[in-house]
Ligand binder design. Structure first.
Ligand code: F6R
Length: 242
């Protein structure tokens, strides 16, 4: 595992975008696994800037997103589809047909999960999976549990997760209680994983995930078993690593 700690936010974002850009330059038809939340926003901004400077193109790229809230329509401002359109897809030359986010409003959620797994298999293996990390160690929305699920599934969101994400909604009551998420097996199948974390509030979980035991009580700790993981941290998030 390659853990890098940055003094400056912009250097972290540039490093993350640089890893993705190198992949796209060597493999224009790459499949990217993408994440939402605060952590990847600066990287998407850098990628957009690189696209405008003609350094990279997304014209042949395919994407699969990690997760989506259940019960929000895709055009809801807080849906992860809206997030991706706003922060990346509408800003670059990717055909929207090449982008997939689980449909959290599907009439049959189990069928949607099965279809999403087939899609990941068809487009996969994912060349690079971008991840954030929850305060409880979740990756995607694979919340800590006695056992984890490999494939795409519907999950009950932890109250800690709903509380953390309430900042994007008018009130916590508006935060959905369920989500569709890619499972841990799908995440671990990616050829390369790039995890981003910022802020002192992530310092404890970063230490647990990458220096503690590998346990389903901290899903991100499973990444210790992956052969090609890069972790980019700001100084605060890395402050509890020795
Ligand atoms: C988002 C996702 C989540 C977030 C995590 C951290 O698609 O899968 O696992 O990466 O909750 O969120 P932020 O980056 O907002 O701290």
């Amino acid at each position: 595992m390659n853990i890098r700690i940055f003094e400056h936010e912009d250097d972290l974002n540039a490093a993350g975008a640089g890893i993705i850009a190198s992949l796209l330059q060597t493999k224009p038809r790459a499949t990217l696994g993408l994440a939402t939340g605060s952590s990847p926003v600066g990287i998407y901004r850098h990628l957009t800037a690189m696209y405008h400077r003609n350094l990279i193109s997304f014209a042949q790229v395919s994407t699969v997103n990690l997760d989506e809230y259940v019960g929000l329509s895709s055009d809801h401002p807080e849906s992860y589809r809206s997030f991706m359109n706003k922060h990346l897809f509408d800003e670059v030359d990717i055909p929207l047909a090449n982008t997939r986010v689980p449909n959290g409003n599907a009439p049959d959620l189990q069928a949607e999960c099965a279809a999403y797994d087939r899609l990941i298999d068809d487009r996969g293996p994912v060349d690079l999976q971008l991840l954030g990390i929850g305060h409880n160690g979740h990756i995607g929305f694979n919340e800590p549990a006695e056992s984890l699920i490999g494939g795409t599934h519907v999950v009950e969101l932890d109250e800690q997760t709903r509380t953390a994400n309430a900042r994007f909604f008018d009130s916590i009551d508006d935060v959905p209680r369920q989500a569709i998420t890619m499972g841990v097996a799908s995440i671990m199948k990616a050829r390369q994983i790039l995890l981003i974390a910022r802020g002192g509030d992530k310092a404890d979980i970063i230490r647990r995930a990458f220096t503690g035991p590998i346990t389903t009580a901290c899903p991100a700790s499973l990444l210790q078993c992956h052969p090609h993981v890069v972790v980019l941290l700001d100084r605060e998030a890395g402050s509890r690593l020795s």
